[in-house]
Write a protein that binds this ligand. Structure first.
Ligand SMILES: Cc1cc2nc3c(=O)[nH]c(=O)nc-3n(C[C@H](O)[C@H](O)[C@H](O)COP(=O)(O)OP(=O)(O)OC[C@H]3O[C@@H](n4cnc5c(N)ncnc54)[C@H](O)[C@@H]3O)c2cc1C
Length: 506
């Protein structure tokens, strides 16, 4: 790709996560000169990487590959044609000492709750449906009005408050609208009335008992999500793109010639500068705005400084056991326990563990870097995770033989009351003052994106760059993510890419 009468256009990409690598993959495939800088010295894939500890592989949260966009699904197949497994989802909710299948199984709910509690739950649901109150602005009101107070307290409150570290009343209703909009109790109930699946108990292998139509299925690379991103990185380099690991971008200066001068900190402690024609950034939006020269207007700097994140840590526990629970993951709604979710990685792919007589559980803790939990030593965290696993009855004394801790800062962009206004201010400032700078991805746009939407922002950005004009409004991606949970009830939704294409850019 060349501008008229000029040398080949050079594009710099900050970050080798799904968004950065997707942009680099597509641009290098179109013969564009691409350079990618990744701060991590070892792993590509960003939050979607796969960590390896003594041959055990684990994700930063289990990563499902599922998209309503055929283009994204096709791209995954193209990047990793032979190594994607088809997985049936099996996950349950642990609440008040009992396990509940998800999608909900009505007979099981009634069995667990008893008839009286079940009737009260149904009554609270219909009471909420009959309510005529105005649009809710916080998560508690949004969920209560949609599902009733009892279901809210059973299946939303405790887990959601663990994830966000704040009361549901302080979480914007936008989050619910984006993440659980399509979840309909009627659809779930209808699905539940179809032939029942036999929910296996801990210790049973169970997967062949499962009636497939009730399960959301997804794809998963046999060595975890990092496998796909390693393949993307290799393809980019085969196409002539350059990937620099252990290279942190420290600052960006717009030159008088309208190019971007990038300050790089290398793994050996040295610094380097490099100039590119256009930049794609998947680094956190707040960081980006603070590190631009010339500086953006004060309102944008203030907005950037106020963007908040939620952090996350995984304690990978390694057990000598063949008696593992059958689910891919469990949601732990029990408020007395700190753990929020437990992954069983060998149920995602048997190749995630090097020895079939061992299992690896990802004990997931949602926290903030200021919390005592985050600052605990690895040994303390492994001890806590082991105690919590034992208290749930998911392991026997002496079975946990080893563990590893991975801390993930800025895992979740926080949707507080003002985040939309802040994004608008930053977006306007970038558009006015930073031509040739494109923001993509999850933290890059401060948008709660999964891999597919993170990739879509990059796909559209690559198309805009190749076309030399703003064909697509990248900020429009993922204003509608109802497939995430409603897929369980079999909803079909049109491609999000088509929606974005139809809307005017801006
Ligand atoms: C617990 C959890 C579970 C999830 N589960 C799923 C799932 O099941 N399915 C799914 O599709 N998605 C899932 N996601 C979302 C998925 O992880 C993200 O959508 C995706 O990784 C975002 O890609 P990205 O490229 O935008 O950002 P990131 O993955 O954050 O990658 C950004 C990269 O940029 C690098 N970087 C940042 N700053 C700099 C700098 N200054 N210089 C150089 N490099 C820099 C980082 O090191 C990182 O590698 C999950 C996320 C979490 C937290």
């Amino acid at each position: 790709m060349r501008h008229e009468g000029q040398q080949q256009v050079k594009i710099g990409v900050i970050g080798a996560g799904p968004a950065g690598l997707t942009a680099a993959y597509l641009l290098s495939g179109a013969d564009v000169d691409v350079e990618v800088w990744e701060a991590d010295p070892r792993y590509v894939g960003g939050i979607s990487r796969t960590e390896v500890y003594k041959g055990f592989r684990f994700d930063i949260g289990g990563h499902r590959f599922f998209s309503k966009s055929k283009e994204v699904e096709d791209l995954w197949s193209q990047i990793l044609p032979h190594d994607m497994l088809e997985c049936e989802r099996l996950s349950r909710i642990y609440y008040d000492g009992k396990f509940y299948s998800y999608p909900l199984d009505l007979a099981e709910v009634v069995g667990n709750l008893g008839k009286r509690q079940s009737l009260l739950t149904v009554a609270s649901y219909f009471k909420a449906k009959l309510s005529t109150s105005s649009n809710p602005d916080n998560l508690e009101d949004w969920v209560t009005r949609k599902f009733g107070g009892r279901l809210y307290r059973m299946f939303f409150k405790s887990y959601t408050e663990k994830v966000w570290g704040m009361p549901c009343r302080e979480i914007s209703a936008d989050w619910a609208a984006q993440r659980i909009k399509g979840l309909s109790l009627i659809k779930a109930a209808r699905a539940a009335l179809r032939p029942r699946r036999q929910t296996p108990r801990a210790g049973e292998t169970g997967r062949s008992d499962v009636i497939k139509s009730l399960i959301t299925s997804f794809r998963y690379p046999r060595h975890g999500p990092g496998m796909l991103w390693e393949a993307a990185a290799a393809a980019i380099q085969e196409r002539g793109g350059r990937l620099h690991m252990g290279t942190r971008v420290q600052g960006l200066t717009r030159t008088s010639a309208g190019r971007w001068r990038v300050k790089l900190a290398l793994a050996d402690g040295s610094e380097r500068f490099q100039e590119v024609d256009q930049l794609i950034s998947s680094a956190p939006l707040g960081w980006l705005v603070r590190n631009l020269e010339p500086s953006l207007p004060a309102a944008a700097l203030e907005a950037a400084a106020a963007l908040r994140y939620r952090d996350f840590l995984t304690v990978a526990l390694i057990l000598k056991s063949t008696n593992s629970f059958p689910d891919n993951w469990l949601y732990i709604h029990e408020p007395k326990l700190r753990v929020g979710r437990i992954q069983n990685f060998s149920n995602w792919s048997p190749e995630m563990v090097p020895d079939p007589s061992m299992v690896c559980y990802g004990m997931e803790y949602f926290c903030s870097q200021t919390d005592q939990l985050w600052r605990s030593t690895d040994a303390e965290l492994i001890r806590l995770a082991t105690e919590e696993l034992l208290s749930l009855g998911l392991a026997q004394e002496g079975e946990v033989v080893d563990g590893a801790v991975v801390r993930q800062p800025r895992a979740y962009p926080v949707y507080d009351d003002d985040y939309t206004d802040r994004r608008l201010i930053i977006r306007a400032a970038l558009s006015e003052h930073c031509p040739g700078l494109h923001v993509v991805g999850r933290n890059g746009m401060h948008q709660y994106n999964n891999q597919d939407h993170s990739m879509m922002t990059a796909m559209l950005t690559a198309r805009n760059i190749l076309a030399g004009e703003q064909l697509y409004n990248v900020w429009q991606v993922n204003q509608d993510a109802d497939y995430i949970e409603s897929g369980a009830a079999g909803s079909a939704v049109a491609s999000a890419l088509d929606q974005v294409r139809a809307s005017p850019s801006g």
